[in-house]
Design a protein around this ligand. Structure first.
Ligand code: N01
Length: 549
């Protein structure tokens, strides 16, 4: 007999996908502030989203915790204590658990439940959502908090299933903390995940082999225990800090950026780079010179600086050269932040293997075999090979909109959105931090709050009238896509051959910019203007009027 919970057919006002930062805030916003009937789903066993899955050693936030946190509740801000400047994954997961408890959110969430289909019913003007537990749920509105980096890239190495050792994915890490003590560990991938994991694995593995295809411009995170005086000042000034964050390109209250790396002397440039390097976080990337992401000559100065610093830290000159990126500009791939990453290569038990010159041919039962036949024998293999970013989580849900239009079809040549929040033909579906919004180039918790608030205001606006359907106009969507592409063309981003920002890390994925590059303040101003002009570019209609007309 099937359990009634698994085959449930229920109807609600709002269905919410995900129980990470976005889903949790959406449950609170729609249920507790708007008084709507909501139901949320998450494939995970508990809250946390990305912080539930990414439990690999070294996983850590890279925007200061005090900024990478919810701003919607003053008491929550005041009561929570971060132990470090950049907290590790377990503490962020505890924070999200605390938020769930504090606002009693778990009772509205179905865990261990993956959304497998979402279909717009034109006649009823509502969505039907199906889950892998057999549930069928209907609602007028759907909020997707499915995340931007939640679908790991499929392993593309033949033979991986025959490997006799253990295979781990950083993006889907087991809960029982595997031990690498004294073992022969291999890791493929040196993005943010790989770099964080390598620094930790190097300390415990008997031997660590790093398979690197493209080196990265990693810079120091500058983590340290929380300074009580700084914490007190932050708590006293939260209102100002959040406002400054929301008025900053990346959503952090940094204020020291200078206009151009080319407008100052070499000495002044070095002073600025040293200062930002020493202060850590994304200051070198976003708080040094404003033209680094836009002007190749300016970018070269930062890239040269980072390469020099790498060479200072790595003892073996040949290894240092292999670790120096040379064939793409700094920042066109998401820059990782690190602690003692480069020093790991000074250990006798850490080996760097260049798999650009000599690619991985296959995984054998014993280890990794390269194109020239060399085999590296391993006990464990860690895949830190990235994600099908931004579009992947949405396309994985079999979303079918108006007139049986599949999202996969509508986005066959890349994402088509208005504001990175909604898509024409998919009414009442809000994609929190969706493709072509600032998302990963904004501070995620703030980006999420802004999007959930936009959706809540739009729904509240509809409910004040007889209207209940909101959908972008096709022309507005086309203009937005064009605008986001134009913004990207003005930057150096399209020049990176493998950046996930451009969808270039997934074979066959259309090369389109996946983020809005105008910065969070410009984006927020645009959203405000659109609302002020009566939801310009959106079509607001009433399903009841249509049905009875
Ligand atoms: O993934 P990535 P990630 N053969 O795509 C390599 C966020 N994040 O999980 O560059 C060999 O950056 C690939 O090589 P290449 C953050 O936004 C945040 O590390 O394609 N190598 C690359 O080295 C980040 O940007 C935190 O040549 C292969 C690596 O795998 C995003 O998540 C922490 C390969 C993938 O790097 C993704 O980071 C962690 C192949 N066939 C992540 N395929 C925070 O600190 C792939 N690679 C908050």
């Amino acid at each position: 007999m099937a359990a009634s919970t698994t085959t449930a057919r229920t109807t609600h006002d709002v269905l919410i996908i995900g129980a990470g930062f976005a889903g949790l805030y959406a449950v609170h916003k729609f249920r507790d502030q708007l008084g709507l009937d909501v139901l949320a789903f998450d494939a995970a066993g508990d809250v946390g989203g990305t912080w539930y899955w990414n439990r690999y050693p070294g996983a850590r936030v890279d925007i200061e915790s005090v900024h990478y946190s919810y701003s919607f509740d003053e008491d929550l801000q005041q009561e929570w204590h971060w132990t470090e400047k950049f907290c590790a994954q377990p503490e962020i997961l505890s924070y999200l658990g605390h938020v769930a408890d504090r606002f009693d959110l778990r009772r509205s969430i179905r865990f261990n439940t993956r959304v497998t289909g979402l279909t717009w019913d034109d006649d009823a003007a509502e969505w039907e959502l199906r889950t892998d537990r057999g549930g069928v749920h209907r609602a007028k509105y759907v909020i997707s908090g499915a995340g931007t980096l939640s679908v790991p890239k499929k392993p593309e190495f033949p033979g991986v299933e025959d490997f006799r050792g253990e295979v781990y994915l950083t993006g889907n890490w087991p809960h029982d903390e595997p031990s690498f003590e004294g073992r022969r560990v291999g890791i493929i991938g040196v993005g943010s995940s790989g770099i964080q994991a390598i620094s930790e694995l190097a300390k415990t593995a008997g031997h660590l082999t790093v398979f690197q295809r493209t080196p990265n411009y990693a810079t120091p995170i500058g983590n340290e225990p929380t300074d009580p005086a700084e914490e007190a000042a932050n708590k006293a000034g939260y209102r100002r800090i959040r406002e400054a964050s929301r008025n900053h390109f990346l959503g952090v209250p940094y204020t020291d950026v200078q206009p151009s790396a080319l407008a100052v002397s070499a000495e002044e440039r070095r002073r600025v780079f040293d200062d930002r390097w020493n202060r850590g976080g994304f200051r070198l990337f976003i708080d040094a010179f404003g033209d680094i992401l836009f002007d190749k000559a300016a970018n070269d100065t930062a890239a040269d600086y980072i390469r020099d610093r790498i060479r200072e830290r790595v003892h073996d000159p040949a290894t240092a050269e292999l670790l120096c990126p040379t064939d793409y500009p700094y920042g066109t791939k998401r820059p990782p932040l690190e602690t003692d990453y480069y020093e790991a290569y000074n250990r006798d038990d850490v080996e760097l293997v260049d798999v650009k010159a000599n690619p991985v041919a296959e995984i054998t039962p014993r280890g990794v075999r390269l194109a020239d036949g060399t085999e590296h024998e391993l006990d464990c293999l860690v895949l830190a090979t990235g994600f099908d970013a931004c579009t992947g989580p949405l396309l994985a849900m079999n979303i079918v909109g108006r007139d049986r239009l599949a999202l996969t079809e509508h986005w066959a040549d890349g994402p088509q959105t208005y504001l990175g929040l909604m898509s024409a033909g998919f009414p009442n579906l809000f994609m929190i931090t969706g493709p072509q919004s600032p998302s990963v180039l904004y501070n995620m918790p703030l980006a999420i709050e802004d999007h959930v608030d936009f959706a809540a205001d739009a729904i509240a606006h509809l409910r004040q009238s007889t209207l209940d359907v909101i959908e972008p106009e096709a022309d507005a969507e086309r203009a937005w896509v064009e605008h986001t592409n134009e913004l990207a063309q003005a930057t150096l981003l399209p020049t990176s051959p493998t950046s996930w920002y451009m969808g270039a890390n997934i074979p066959g994925k259309p090369r389109r910019v996946l983020v809005y590059l105008g910065g969070a303040p410009a984006y927020r101003a645009k959203c405000a203007e659109i609302v002020h002009n009566g939801y310009q570019g959106f079509r607001l209609t009433g399903s009841a009027a249509l049905v009875t007309a």
